[in-house]
Ligand binder design. Structure first.
Ligand SMILES: [Cu+2]
Length: 330
């Protein structure tokens, strides 16, 4: 990491400095300034460094595809363009290589390619990276390639703050496979975290009354947040919709740290271009069931609690959970 700690002066505005060193260790590394670090990193000053081995390395396999993903995050108010540099956790743009879905390229590979993905995290929270359709093996971190005995199959690997994880797999399943951070708020674009949950609230008759006072008032969130993805509301300039992206079946309702792995039989070697959507063979999709539905098997309590439970003093202390359902009387 380049810094102005005791061994280096900062680079003044408009100046160019040369850093020379010998890249002795093969691996994946990250760099960023330590000069006014909080400001400069909040505004995106960071990058990847990959040192490839000169000769065949016993712990570094040859791969046909190699992807680098830098996890970074920004807090930019809707309609503005300057990141808020004091934000510590509640960022609103979760990005790969400073791009948010649907602006992130898909990872396009040829069937049976060996694929390496290097994921570095210079945000201020961890990101569990999850791949559909394949199992991968984590093969290395910032410290270098891992010994074979330290590797195991996974479908999600957590990349903690300041860490790099490098994972590999053989792309032996044709199709379009989601690849994303598994924190659901990280696959969203700007969203308000202070918005109350309105699921199941009966708004009938209420909207027309509010619209008498606020003519443009629109109701949101009655059926969850997915409606937001399809609602084409006018947004301020320089603002992304919360959930967006259009797939072969309409809105995919995603944002942020999300992309697709596209595995194709006829992708040319070394061709990273987007092959378009996969044409799924007949019989590989879910279909609607219209027959009888079996009763769900339910556990029957034996009325022997592990510990005695105090009787509720009033009905208000009974636990009630409302499920998001339109069926009255359940
Ligand atoms: Cu994340």
């Amino acid at each position: 990491m380049l810094c102005r700690l005791p061994n280096q002066t900062a680079i003044p505005v408009g100046k160019t400095f040369v850093y020379e060193f010998e890249a002795r260790r093969p691996g994946t590394f990250m760099y960023h300034p330590h000069a006014d670090e909080m400001t400069q990193m909040a505004m995106g000053m960071m990058g990847f460094w990959v040192t490839h081995p000169k000769n065949q390395h016993p712990l570094i396999d040859t791969v046909q595809r190699d992807f680098c993903i830098m996890l970074n995050a920004y807090d930019i108010d809707p309609g503005s363009s300057t990141p808020k540099i004091n934000t510590m956790l509640d960022f609103n743009l979760w990005t790969w290589n400073s791009r948010a879905f649907p602006g992130i390229d898909s990872l396009n590979v040829r069937l049976n390619d060996k694929v390496r993905v290097r994921v570095g995290n210079l945000t201020m929270t961890n990101h569990p990276m999850h791949l559909h359709g394949h199992e991968f093996v984590v093969t290395g971190s910032d410290g270098g390639p891992w010994p074979m005995a330290a590797r195991w199959p996974e479908v999600t690997t957590d990349v903690a703050v300041g860490q790099m994880r490098q994972f590999e797999f053989v792309a032996n399943e044709e199709g379009d496979w989601a690849f994303h951070c598994h924190k659901s708020h990280h696959t969203m674009n700007p969203m308000g975290h202070s918005v109350p949950t309105m699921i199941g609230v009966d708004h009938r008759g209420l909207i027309s009354k509010i619209q008498k006072v606020v003519p443009d008032y629109m109701l949101m969130g009655e059926r969850g947040m997915a409606d937001m993805g399809e609602m084409e509301m006018p947004l301020p300039d320089n603002t992304l919709p919360m959930m967006t992206g259009t797939g072969p079946y309409g809105s995919v309702e995603m944002g942020g740290m999300f992309s697709m792995l596209k595995v194709r039989r006829d992708q040319k070697p070394g061709d990273y271009s987007d092959p378009g959507w996969f044409k799924q063979p007949a019989g590989t999709q879910a279909f609607e069931w219209t027959g009888e539905l079996p009763q769900p098997a339910r556990f029957k309590a034996q009325s022997t609690a592990a510990m005695p439970v105090a009787k509720p003093s009033s009905s208000t202390s009974l636990l009630k959970v409302r499920k998001p359902s339109g069926h009255a009387g359940h």
